[in-house]
Design a protein around this ligand. Sequence first.
Ligand code: NAD
Ligand code: ZN
Length: 346
Amino acid sequence: MKALVYGGPGSRSWTEIPDPVIRDPRDAVIRVDAVTICGTDLHILGGDVPAVEPGRVLGHEAVGTVVEVGSGVAGLAPGDRVLASCISACGICRYCRDGAYGQCLGGGGWILGHRVDGVQAELARIPFADLSTYKLPDQVSDEAAVLLADILPTSYEVGVLNGGVRPGDTVAIVGAGPIGLAAVLTARLYSPAHVIVIDKAESRLQAAKLFGADITVLAGTEDPLAAVRSVTGGLGADVVIEAVGTPQTFELCATLVRAGGHLANVGVHGKPVTLHLEDLWIRNVTITTGLVDTYSTPKLLDMLVAGQLDLGHMVTHRFGIGDFMQAYDVFADPARTGALKVVLSR
Ligand code: NAD
Ligand code: ZN
């Protein structure tokens, strides 16, 4: 089969490698039908994730058809159409029993395209297949379902649910990439009074409006704090979601949150941030952060089937499954291409 193989920092190739095989009774092998690229793949290609070794097949967001299951897989059979979750879960360790799949002690966690070969390939081995895949109803398209592998559960769990968004809240979201936009969409499920999105790219702010933001702020030109205060009687936002991952944007979030409010960090930070506890403690600000667990995926699928998640604006570019080299070029340069998510399908 062919796969997108990491060759070390800055190097990737779409190349022939041996087909994946069942290695553990809990494995399944899927034919990849739709697959996408994540900002995290760019971090890996940039050399920011040293644990990923050259030779690794990248990718952790796919929809596919089961072609083979191990003897220990109970709930799947060849021919089943499944979503492969970005987080694998053994299901029996202390953390998995708590729904904290991202912290799985049994060999799972964030492993696809990281510690084991991923899904940017014609075929993929899915470890712990019973717990790491979701059977898809016919009415859900591959293109919509693949967005539930990572970006939707991430924004929903780590941003909206950790942040505790409630009806009438003012929610400020810093960063309007696919993660920030999915946070707009899932925050909207809770009838907030305002969703304010701050980004430094005008094109991303236009996208935020399509997803339901009512106020947008161009960072570097307009004043985010003034915008948030103008609709909150000067108090600040009830919930602030950080969806960039820089010290500067984290510190901005800490200024935007009201006393008694919640700062939910989603961005992956490569550098330490300054935590102004001298300000935050006396203002009773709650801060949460975390890796996605994907415990919300079944409910997100239900919402998708029920027509409550309009993902129509998220996929901006479509390619054939063999066009990974070009798809990466488009995804990695959103200022030029306007790309949000790019999907490669059979
Ligand atoms: P992205 O790069 O597509 O989007 C980031 C956005 O931030 C861009 O629109 C950019 O214009 C904007 N931005 C950059 N600097 C800014 C600044 N100073 N002020 C305002 N806006 C600024 O990324 P994404 O795919 O949407 O992911 C967002 C973050 O979420 C990343 O850090 C990613 O690694 C992280 N992430 C976290 C998890 C998790 O489990 N916690 C999972 C997936 C992704
Ligand atoms: Zn586990």
